[in-house]
Write a new protein. Structure first.
Length: 322
């Protein structure tokens, strides 16, 4: 079964006993005393007197609602007191998501207004949805079920290097917190996007392949691109180069952006050749790649000589570009 897919209820095919059972659940949980006891029971109830005192319930109110919760099948006797049944555990999780959605109902209204207005481009709307659902699992599930967040788009296959460079540069353009890039390549589109991100105060750390950093053709391309050269001079004049650029041997390229977007190259079948890459929107995968990047970064020699005439002390010779 596909999780998060929009499901529909068909009233004509619903079983009467299940509907009646659901209505009874709603009736029980519409009472605040019952709801308080149910939520309190998350970690089990071992001392009823303590519960009555903390929830400010009389014995009659407490035991009346406790009995209802047991009869409906969400609590049971177990161990030294009362605990959730498996159904009770599922209901608690469902309640967590429902409350989560209720907390963010105004966001849902705004999302609906933005979608109907069509003033945002698809990639801009996607970014808004990601931001709105970042801190709300319930809202994320709802958006997926409504088709606003398509899980199939979380994994994108990229079959040639130009597409990879363009996609990466586009993602970097919208970075807000950090960009960690380990690359076997020196692509001018990506370099320019990273430099612009640094000027926006985004944290940028780049591990470049020793081979490509020292390649004479790459140096020439850089020097013949005045815009990049100008930005490089400004950045090198403002930052210590070892804080954002280091070189080491790299087996495959990857990039993590803002703790959720991760682009990574499949290790090439033949040395030096691009094979295939993937773009994934997944916090867990991004975190794993981030940990790996930080490990590489910390093990890399901090002293770097960017042998293209752009050392801080040599930048004056290019002052005409400023």
């Amino acid at each position: 079964m596909e999780i998060g897919k929009n499901r529909r209820l068909d009233l004509q095919n619903m079983r009467e006993e299940i509907l009646q059972y659901g209505l009874k659940l709603f009736d029980i949980f519409s009472n605040l005393d019952a709801l308080k006891i149910f939520l309190y029971a998350q970690n089990g109830i071992e001392n009823s007197k303590r519960v009555m005192k903390e929830l400010e319930l009389t014995p009659k109110r407490y035991y009346t609602r406790l009995k209802e919760l047991m009869e409906i099948g969400v609590l049971e006797r177990g161990g030294k007191g009362y605990r959730y049944t498996p159904f009770g555990e599922a209901l608690y999780q469902l309640g967590y998501y429902l409350y989560n959605v209720l907390e963010h109902k105004e966001k849902l209204k705004l999302i609906g207004d933005l979608r109907d207005s069509k003033i945002l481009e698809p990639h801009e709307m996607e970014r808004v949805l990601e931001i709105f659902s970042e801190d709300s699992e319930g809202l994320e599930l709802v958006l997926k079920s409504l088709g606003m967040i398509d899980e199939t788009e979380n994994i994108e296959k990229i079959d040639n290097f130009d597409k990879l460079a363009e996609r990466l540069a586009e993602d970097i353009k919208f970075a807000e917190d950090y960009i960690y890039l380990a690359s076997r390549y020196l692509d001018m589109r990506v370099i320019e996007a990273c430099m612009k991100a640094m000027k926006r105060k985004v944290e940028v750390k780049v591990l470049l392949s020793e081979e490509h950093l020292s390649n004479k053709l790459n140096k020439l391309r850089f020097l013949l691109t005045p815009i990049l050269l100008k930005m490089a001079i400004e950045i090198i004049s403002s930052f210590k180069i070892q804080n954002f650029l280091r070189k080491r041997k790299i087996s495959y390229s990857f990039c993590i952006i803002d703790e959720k977007i991760c682009l990574f190259e499949f290790p090439p079948f033949m040395e030096g050749n691009f094979s295939i890459a993937f773009r994934v929107v997944d916090k867990y995968i991004a975190e794993k790649f981030k940990e790996y990047f930080e490990e590489l970064w910390n093990k890399t020699e901090t002293k770097i000589i960017l042998d293209i005439g752009l050392e801080r002390q040599d930048a004056d010779q290019y002052s005409y570009l400023k």
